[in-house]
Design a protein around this ligand. Structure first.
Ligand code: FMN
Length: 209
């Protein structure tokens, strides 16, 4: 039995295109693997510790081999439990909107908590940076209001797909499949057709995930 960890990064619930496509993926996956456990979180509903000066004090105390204070230990325990929850999964599914050409701030906060030296990546002069997660399968449903086609003059403005891919690779996850729902803020008909295509593709990918 595998555990699938499903992270929703849109606060828009049933209005969300990325969640609609990722849900279709999950539905198809459930049919294929009914005994697997699926854990769903939405980063906007989650109690995420603010990644501020206080928690950075704990991070740098640990990083520099100093003993953290009791207060810092308590803060860091919250970070560790979020990382452990993530690392315990066998497969990952993400629903990811584009906000200002990148990722929603709350999702970025989640990733800032998750991506920590000694936990999800490490550095050594011999090996450089190395991801600490085993290479487990990942599926991502991306949505964006506009479209950023390859070779177009706006391609370089897409900091959503390349950035998230870089972060996943950085922590060791390279087996990534994705769908993109473009132009969700265009005509209703066009957006609907793009979503239908993405759902079809997501459903297929899930059958062999
Ligand atoms: C704060 C904010 C910023 C956005 N910035 C962009 C953007 O830079 N480029 C774009 O194409 N769409 C942008 N959009 C539109 C969203 O990408 C679009 O609504 C998408 O469908 C969101 O994903 P969701 O439907 O899963 O919530 C933005 C939306 C919000 C709320």
């Amino acid at each position: 039995m595998s555990t699938v960890f499903y992270v929703q990064a849109s606060p828009r619930g049933t209005e969300s295109f990325s969640i609609a496509a990722a849900n279709a993926f999950i539905e198809s996956y459930r049919k294929k693997s009914p005994d697997d456990e699926i854990i769903t979180i939405n980063v906007f509903d989650r109690d995420l510790p603010p990644f501020d000066g206080k928690i950075l004090g704990a991070k740098y105390a640990i990083l520099h081999g100093r003993s953290p204070s009791e207060d810092q230990k308590e803060d860091w325990a919250k970070v560790e439990s979020i990382i452990e929850e993530f690392k315990a999964a066998d497969k990952y599914v993400f629903a990811v909107p584009m906000w200002n050409f990148g990722l929603p701030y709350r999702f970025k906060q989640y990733l800032d908590i998750l991506i920590q030296p000694g936990y999800t990546f490490q550095y050594s002069p011999e090996e450089g940076y190395k991801g600490l997660l085993p290479d487990r399968p990942v599926f991502v449903a991306y949505a964006r209001g506009g479209s950023y086609p390859r070779g177009s003059e706006v391609e370089h403005m897409d900091f959503q797909v390349p950035y998230f891919k870089t972060l996943l690779n950085f922590i060791g996850l390279r087996k990534i499949e994705h769908v993109i729902i473009d132009s969700t803020l265009g005509s209703q008909q066009g957006a609907g057709a793009n979503l239908d295509n993405a759902i079809r593709k997501a459903t297929e990918i899930a059958e062999n995930f």
